[in-house]
Write a protein that binds this ligand. Sequence first.
Ligand code: 13P
Length: 252
Amino acid sequence: MASKGPRPLVAGNWKMNGSLAMLREPRLLAAMLKDVRLKADVMVCPPAILIRRVKSVLKGSKIKVGGQDCHWNAAGAHTGDISADMLKEAGCTAVIVGHSERRANHGETDEIVARKARAVQKAGLKAIICIGETLEERKAGKTLDVVARQIKGSLPHESAASDTVIAYEPVWAIGTGLTPTTAEVAEVHALIRNELGGLMSNDGAGVRILYGGSVKPSNAGDLMSLPNVNGALVGGASLKAADFLGIIKVFA
Ligand code: 13P
């Protein structure tokens, strides 16, 4: 695929899935990608406890590893949490923040997401900041307002194109098999690009804007060719090397 703008990124979010047995999938993926020249970066974001194992399985490959969430503090009395520095030490180059499942299940607000994103950037990693409307909001015609509000509230002021990725994930498209039309995706991505221009001036053009929500090999070609779509954040289809490869190959 001919790519204009920033180099695309295809990132797999394993969510709370994975096991030692599942390490065969990234191992397989690395082998399948060995001789493929890609016009995109590839990343997998396993559960924190598997990061070092995945990293070791991917040794020698170009596939990067990311975290799924972190605390906004670098260290301290936060039982059960993990910091961006710890993720960095484990070999991560990026951390997903503000995923809709975190927003919905852990009450994360835009302000919390911005604090987490800032912590990720301060650690020298890329923050993959997720935003997206619910079905109710889309039906009420509020999509663009919601997305604009989330991006303004979740993006740290000092963000740069080099340490920021935006993932547009309509909540109703996650894990449902439903996707917005290509026109709807293009409309939201254009709005995000425009907002980034306002918030980051020239740097806004260099930020990768990923689409996420039921991306699979059969729809990736259409979605990834849209203007201002610079890759994908993939859930379910990133768990099997063959499916993930089918998406990644759009950029071969
Ligand atoms: P699915 O690809 O399973 O719809 O999940 C998308 C997602 O939430 C990635 O972060």
